[in-house]
Design a protein around this ligand. Structure first.
Ligand code: TRP
Length: 321
């Protein structure tokens, strides 16, 4: 049987090339050899966003962005989390198998609070809802970044506890830590992240993409000096290059006469060219919101088919039916 891979993405604004090369590109490729389940985690966003218009818009745009980048709702199962209400019902059941001590040790919760988020129960039980996402769909593999590793461990803990009480009910998922995800650096040399404002947005305006590229931090090497490749401009550019192209760029860095400005112009053209089909796709979807809603509905129906079966099994096991 094909392995089932599940991934949830919070709708948090403009996707950037770090998101793409860190995760999305791999998910798009997974669709060929595995069964991909992918959803927009809007219930998770609700833990820290109470602007309804903004949540709705972000959710819609995140769905469109991923469609445009190649998540295929026919081949895969692609939906909006809140469109399948079974997930919250399972989360309640699972919360009875979740130790408070375990939740209190959540580093992600502690980080969020120290960054000023209000400590509400949604934020506190965030990992239970995440466990529910994963277990409801009986996922085999969950690829995440390092920051989500602890959540996955909590999921396993909860699933094992439930299985111990009631017999094998849930598949215990394998965690796949995506090393790439933490390696992609932004225009200032720090990790590329929306919160540092150092990204190159995939679907931003042309002028915005250009500005960000022109602002990539470079060193003060003179025209005839050899250039350091362990720098943001080279590293960002390298994600877009084939092995041969990368070799050529590397040689240019190691030959006197290279101008950073020229490299930046080339990078700008490369980025625009690389995502040109995806940007056209996106315009098409944005102008046809009803088509997008139909695809959301299709995804929710497919997801619900799996969700309702698991939930029935769980409720029978726990004596709730
Ligand atoms: N917490 C994840 C993040 O912020 C998003 C997410 C929600 C998720 N549910 C999930 C990821 C289930 C993987 C599986 O990145």
């Amino acid at each position: 049987m094909k392995k089932r891979i599940l991934s949830g993405i919070q709708p948090s604004g403009q996707l950037h090339v770090g998101n793409y090369f860190g995760m999305i590109e791999r998910m798009v490729n997974f669709q060929e050899e595995s069964e991909l389940l992918c959803f927009i985690a809007n219930y998770h966003s609700l833990t820290s966003l109470s602007d309804s218009k903004k949540l709705e818009r972000n959710t819609f745009e995140a769905f469109v962005d991923l469609l445009s980048l190649g998540i295929d709702p026919q081949k895969s199962i692609f939906w909006v989390q809140s469109h399948v209400p079974e997930v919250t019902e399972l989360a309640w059941i699972l919360s009875n198998f979740t130790s408070v001590g375990l939740m209190q040790r959540s580093t992600s919760y502690k980080d969020k609070i120290s960054n000023g988020l209000k400590p509400n129960m949604g934020l506190f039980s965030y990992p239970v809802l995440m466990a529910s996402d994963i277990l409801l769909y009986q996922s085999n593999i969950v690829p995440v970044g390092k920051d989500q590793k602890q959540h996955l461990e909590m999921t396993k803990d909860i699933a094992l506890k439930f299985n111990n009480f009631y017999g094998d009910t849930f598949i215990i998922p394998e965690v796949e830590i995506d090393k790439n995800k933490d390696l992609i650096i932004g225009i200032d040399g720090k990790k590329m992240s929306k919160s540092y404002n150092n990204t190159i947005p995939i679907f931003g305006k042309e002028s915005q993409i250009k500005d960000q590229i022109m602002n990539i931090k470079t060193d003060s090497a003179g025209l005839n000096d050899l250039k350091d490749t362990n720098t943001p401009l080279f590293q960002i550019f390298s994600m877009f290059l084939s092995d041969n192209e990368l070799k050529t760029l590397d040689e240019r860095y190691n030959t006197p006469g290279l101008k950073y400005m020229e490299v930046k112009k080339e990078l700008f053209e490369k980025v625009m060219d690389y995502f040109s089909n995806q940007r056209k796709n996106r315009d098409k979807f944005i102008n046809n919101p009803d088509d997008v809603r139909d695809l959301m509905k299709l995804g929710a129906e497919k997801a619900r088919d799996i969700a309702s079966k698991t939930l029935l099994k769980v409720k029978k096991a726990a004596g709730l039916i």
